[in-house]
Design a protein around this ligand. Structure first.
Ligand SMILES: [Fe+2]
Length: 207
């Protein structure tokens, strides 16, 4: 196991499914329709469904396709949090929570990048996928359990409105571009692609 794997494994969830469900129910109560917290909760749910879909895929091409969909939503969501929600935590005097959140999401991004280079039908792939899923589940529990619920009460209404607008703006900026370029994305070679190893892909793109 690499050091980065250990970083991810170190935050493997200790909380139970019941505790996670309780945290989400509490966060849902704190959220109002269409506000930043409701959007974040919707995206957390979507990310969980996509992790399950990647794992459930029965062939290489469908697993890779679901992995790309997961990466699109996970990265779009995390970038929106990093650009908008975590700075708001600092503004609300929750700097330690903000720093921890950035660190955990960076580790997940590294592992999602490395996942791209593994054979999607291998055990190594499934092990790494499960590490990432566990780390993301714990991170989500921390956000829903208290960080974000506290943020809802600590900043005034004007800040809440701005956070909602900016979170939507950042998330849609990333995911809209991703949807438009999905065909290009699917055509990207993997590291095992012959066109990469014999250099023809690079030669073609230079012509
Ligand atoms: Fe999140």
């Amino acid at each position: 196991m690499s050091i980065l794997d250990k970083v991810v494994a170190a935050v493997t969830p200790l909380e139970s499914d019941e505790q996670r469900a309780e945290a989400r129910a509490k966060a849902r109560t704190a959220a109002t329709d269409g506000d930043w917290l409701s959007l974040v909760l919707d995206h957390h749910h979507q990310i969980e469904s996509l992790f399950a879909a990647v794992k459930a895929a029965t062939d290489s091409s469908s697993r890779t396709r679901m992995q790309k969909r997961l990466a699109l939503i996970l990265t779009g969501h995390s970038i929106a949090e990093e650009a908008v929600i975590y700075p708001a935590l600092v503004k609300a005097n929750e700097e330690a929570h903000s720093t921890k959140a950035y660190t955990e999401q960076s580790a997940a991004k590294v592992q999602m990048g490395l996942l791209e280079d593994l054979d999607p039908m291998s055990q190594e792939y499934l092990d790494k996928l499960e590490h990432i899923r566990g780390a993301v589940a714990h991170h989500v529990y921390e956000e829903e359990g208290n960080w974000f619920v506290d943020l809802k009460t600590k900043l005034p209404p004007a800040d809440q409105t701005k956070i909602t607008f900016r979170y939507q703006e950042e998330f849609s900026r990333y995911t809209r571009d991703g949807e438009e370029s999905e065909e290009t994305y699917d055509a990207m070679p993997s590291v095992s692609d012959d066109r990469v190893s014999d250099g023809t892909l690079g030669a073609k793109s230079r012509n």
